[in-house]
Each structure stands twice: as structure tokens, then as C-alpha cells.
Ligand binder design. Structure first.
Ligand SMILES: CC(C)(COP(=O)(O)OP(=O)(O)OC[C@H]1O[C@@H](n2cnc3c(N)ncnc32)[C@H](O)[C@@H]1OP(=O)(O)O)[C@@H](O)C(=O)NCCC(=O)NCCS
Length: 167
């Protein structure tokens, strides 16, 4: 039994049993992800258990922007306002599959996708708004930085650093 590689969310995907321990993320996947996929405002990719076919993880990306004043001083110079970037909206793994490097794999998939897209659509970096301190530690582990000037607690990984890491 294994896990299939990430692929775009489908309307008939089995997401009802998904439980990452954060009800807002579970509900977002169950109630909003497909509608957002249809309207094009976000793109969700899922990983599924190859035996049961059920969704065991997902990650969501969109285009986004952040007000220049929210950014550290060193990042403001010579940039438009707002500064374009890639928004990592949601990333979660079902609790039954935690600790198997699936979050790592989905994050790398997202960074690779963001880097590839940034060659066609400008993006200063990947921005996310972690739900809680536990999630914040996960992103810190991968080099995301807190953006203290952002009132929503954003974290950022700059595209130049993603590139320097070989993505
Ligand atoms: C955070 C989450 C995605 C991690 O997924 P996971 O598959 O269990 O994590 P992985 O097995 O891929 O862990 C990869 C690495 O991250 C580390 N890690 C995992 N969760 C961590 C956390 N909360 N804090 C710090 N490090 C963490 C692991 O120790 C591991 O480190 P290593 O490579 O040095 O061994 C998952 O726990 C989850 O879905 N949580 C609930 C939803 C959530 O908060 N999502 C993020 C915000 S939107």
C-alpha cells in the first residue's frame, strides 16, 4: 500500500473522512476546495492512498500579493505595491498518515510548482498564514520567515532562496 503522487483535485474525490486535526482545514477541503477549483481562484493538489483511493493530504496554491509596508525594510526597495507572490493557502495531512514525510513531500511539490510558475508569472516568494504555532514551527523548519509587519501573521520563503535551494 502506498501513496500516489500529487495530482489536481477532482469533483468525485473522497474527502469526507479527511481529518488533519484542524476542523477549519477539513471543512475547507470538504466544502470549498472543489468550488475554488472550478472558479480558478485556487488550485488544490491532493495525494491519495493507493489502496483505498481516499484523499490523505492536500495543498492549495493561488496568486497573491502583500502590501509593501508589511514587508521587512530590506524587501521593500524597488518593488511594486502590493508585491506579487504565490500564496500557499492550505497544506494538511490526515492524522492517520502523519509523520511519514508526506507534509514534506507536498511542501516540496508546492515549492517546485511555485518556482516553475515564477518563470512565467512574477512572484517574489511563497507566502503562507499558518493556522497556529504548531504549523508555524513546521514552516520555520523549512526556512520560512515570520513577517512581523503583517497583521495576519504571514510567513515568507523568498523565491531567490527557493531557487538557491535547487528547486
Ligand atoms: C503540519 C503537517 C502538514 C506536517 O505533516 P507530516 O506529514 O506529519 O510531516 P512530515 O512527516 O512530512 O514532517 C517533515 C518534517 O517536518 C517536521 N515537522 C512536522 N510537523 C512539525 C511541526 N508541527 N513543527 C515542527 N516540525 C514539524 C518533522 O519533524 C520532519 O522533520 P525532519 O525532516 O527533520 O525529520 C501536519 O501535521 C498537518 O496537516 N497538521 C495540521 C494542519 C496544519 O496545521 N497545516 C499547516 C498550516 S495550513
Amino acid at each position: 500500500m502506498g501513496i500516489n503522487p500529487p495530482r489536481p483535485l477532482r469533483e468525485d474525490d473522497d474527502v469526507n473522512a479527511f481529518d488533519c486535526g484542524q476542523s477549519s482545514l477539513n471543512k475547507w477541503l470538504q466544502n470549498h476546495a472543489w468550488r475554488n477549483q472550478q472558479t480558478g481562484v485556487s488550485r488544490t493538489n491532493v495525494i491519495c492512498d493507493s489502496g483505498t483511493g481516499i484523499v490523505v493530504g492536500f495543498v492549495t496554491l493561488s496568486s497573491g500579493a502583500i502590501e509593501r509596508v508589511s514587508m521587512p525594510r530590506k524587501d521593500r526597495h524597488g518593488k511594486p505595491d502590493p508585491i506579487p507572490l504565490t500564496l500557499l493557502g492550505q497544506l494538511a495531512i490526515d492524522q492517520n498518515y502523519a509523520g511519514q514525510k508526506l507534509g514534506h513531500s507536498l511542501l516540496f511539490f508546492a515549492l517546485k510548482t511555485a518556482k516553475a510558475m515564477s518563470e512565467k508569472i512574477g512572484s517574489f516568494g511563497v507566502l503562507t498564514h499558518p493556522l497556529n504555532e504548531d504549523a508555524r514551527k513546521f514552516y520555520l523548519h523549512y526556512g520560512f520567515e515570520n513577517i512581523p509587519g503583517d497583521t495576519h501573521g504571514a510567513m515568507l520563503l523568498r523565491m531567490k532562496d527557493i531557487e538557491a535551494s535547487g528547486f
